[in-house]
Design a protein around this ligand. Structure first.
Ligand SMILES: [Zn+2]
Length: 119
């Protein structure tokens, strides 16, 4: 019997601000999406328990973002609400934390061995 568990799975809920904003980085003036990012503990790749929630607003042009509070997110237009969509997880998070640590240790171990051979 074994369990496949992991951290770091994200779901994102997006709402759109009513008003436009000028980005301090790229200078474009647009409506910015408000995003609620939820991080999940997963068991067999199924989200079980949220352990962190972040609220941000993101420049749709350059990706510059600022954190916002929950109230600002909740106040954004319900009509533009979208269902939570799974995010494409970067390949390295496809491994569990234990696998990742094991691979790191093996890489370190092999490097040490190679260093010893050189001497
Ligand atoms: Zn920008």
């Amino acid at each position: 019997m074994f369990f496949v568990f992991g951290f770091g799975k994200q779901t994102i809920k997006t709402r759109w601000a009513e008003e436009v904003r000028t980005c301090p980085r790229c200078g474009n003036t647009k409506r910015w999406p408000y995003k609620k990012i939820t991080y999940w503990f997963t068991l067999f790749f199924i989200p079980i328990l949220p352990y962190q929630v972040k609220y941000v607003t993101v420049c749709p042009i350059c990706g510059y973002f600022e954190t916002i509070d929950q109230a600002a997110f909740e106040a954004a237009s319900e009509a533009s609400d979208e269902s939570e969509q799974p995010v494409i997880v970067p390949p390295r998070t496809g491994m569990t934390e234990v696998q990742r640590r094991f691979n790191q240790e093996m890489a370190t171990y092999e490097k040490q061995n190679n260093d010893n051979v050189d001497q």
